[in-house]
Design a protein around this ligand. Sequence first.
Ligand code: NAD
Length: 294
Amino acid sequence: MNQPRILDGKSVAAAVLDECRNEVSQLLAKGITPGLAVVLIGEDPASQVYVGSKVRTCGELGIFSRKETLPSTTTQDELIKLVQELNADPSVHGILVQSPPPKHIDEEAVIRAIDPRKDVDGFHPENVAKLALEDPSGFVPCTPAGCMKLLEVSGINTNGAEAVVIGRSMIVGKPMALLLVSKSANATVTIAHSRSKDLPAICRRADIVIAAVGRPDMVKADWVKPGAVVIDVGINRVEDSSKKSGFRLTGDVDFKDVAPHCAAITPVPGGVGPMTIAMLMKNTLQAARQQAGL
Ligand code: NAD
């Protein structure tokens, strides 16, 4: 039985946050207090948890945070008005509207309303284009940026590697594929999705598998080439009566089944999740620096 390396996102994220803490002190010394506005619409429990930890992490680093909690009945116009107000607020360098918003809100229109210079999620078309152009002045979406950082810090060579990204969302799958294929990573990338034929066979080609689907325990041992590296982005709540909360978190990869077959794997929780928040903080500091002309 092979013992894979467990890629510990918590400790890598802690190191990234330490770097951020230093950078915050340097900015404060120059009279700049970096600021992040987080907008939460409605009562989605997972979103509440994510927003809570983003605001808490800002506090731990000395980043000013402005949390705006809106009822689920908020109209599109009201939300866009708030975004415009945040665009104009000089104490706010980064703006994040927690996804998913209620169904009556057109998320695309809200993203386009955010000033691209404050779009620390990296979802605005201007930042999507900069990612495709490999222009470092843009913001890279936090989760794929976190996956890349985890690979890099763990010494995993992406050069010439076959990478399979499962999922084609604008939040994870597509930007992940762009980062892997970029001139700094040089992987050969396949993007698989819900209409892909024979997904297990596609996955078996991969030296690096990135699963970003949202289906608990979907990736099984016989999908993974022996010795591959597996990054599990999925965060799924599954019922578990043994837990006080009534649920537990699981990834898109069947960890117990897959781990013995691979060289390295991320756990859920404690893998990609903490990296996402750390990269959000990094993006907020990038925004503060850029807006101060540094
Ligand atoms: P999404 O629903 O927007 O996209 C899911 C993708 O999976 C789609 O592109 C779809 O084509 C593909 N897909 C669906 N069913 C499939 C199937 N049977 N076979 C192959 N592909 C299939 O989701 P998302 O926002 O990209 O998130 C994906 C997962 O990652 C979710 O579990 C989400 O909670 C998690 N997530 C985690 C973090 C983090 O910080 N760790 C951040 C964002 C999202």
